[in-house]
Design a binder for this molecule. Structure first.
Ligand code: CMP
Length: 135
């Protein structure tokens, strides 16, 4: 389901650490690319084996990444970047723990955004590298 439009993407962008320090113009440009999305409790946002078509930033709430041992991600974290960076299928299920406000970034916009912002690209790649090293 879509979120209440009153909860605008710009408010959510300002809560995500990797976006928080950007100037307002840059935040607005990013907000424009993000689609607010409400994940219902226990719903799978991404499924292992699926093709990656988007990545997600968590504006509020938490998700469980179903790896062994499982990893919880919360407000300000992101997931779903690996499939977009590697071209491989999703490497884990990611399940919402309670109601979760997400910001979806489509693969095409992800490529564009990273091409425009080297700092952002480096930060996302660094996190992806650490996750890949974990298994
Ligand atoms: P992707 O492979 O696109 O879809 C599943 C996501 O789970 C993956 O991207 C990462 O964002 C996330 N993920 C996978 N392994 C880990 C891990 N060890 N720690 C945190 N997140 C992970």
């Amino acid at each position: 389901p879509r979120l209440d439009p009153e909860l605008s993407a710009i408010d959510l962008v300002a809560r995500v650490p990797i976006f928080r320090d950007l100037d307002i113009k840059r935040q607005q440009a990013i907000a424009h690319l993000l689609t607010p999305q409400l994940a219902l409790p226990e719903s799978a946002v991404v499924r292992r084996g699926d093709k990656g078509d988007a990545m997600y930033f968590i504006a509020s709430g938490a998700v469980r990444v179903v790896v062994e041992p499982s990893v919880e991600l919360g407000s300000g974290d992101f997931f779903g970047e690996l499939a977009l960076l590697t071209g491989h299928p999703r490497n884990a299920d990611v399940v919402a723990l309670g109601f979760c406000k997400l910001l979806a970034l489509k693969a095409r916009d992800f490529q564009r955004l990273l091409a425009q912002d080297a700092g952002l690209k480096a930060r996302i790649e660094q996190v992806a590298k650490e996750r890949l090293n974990l298994g």
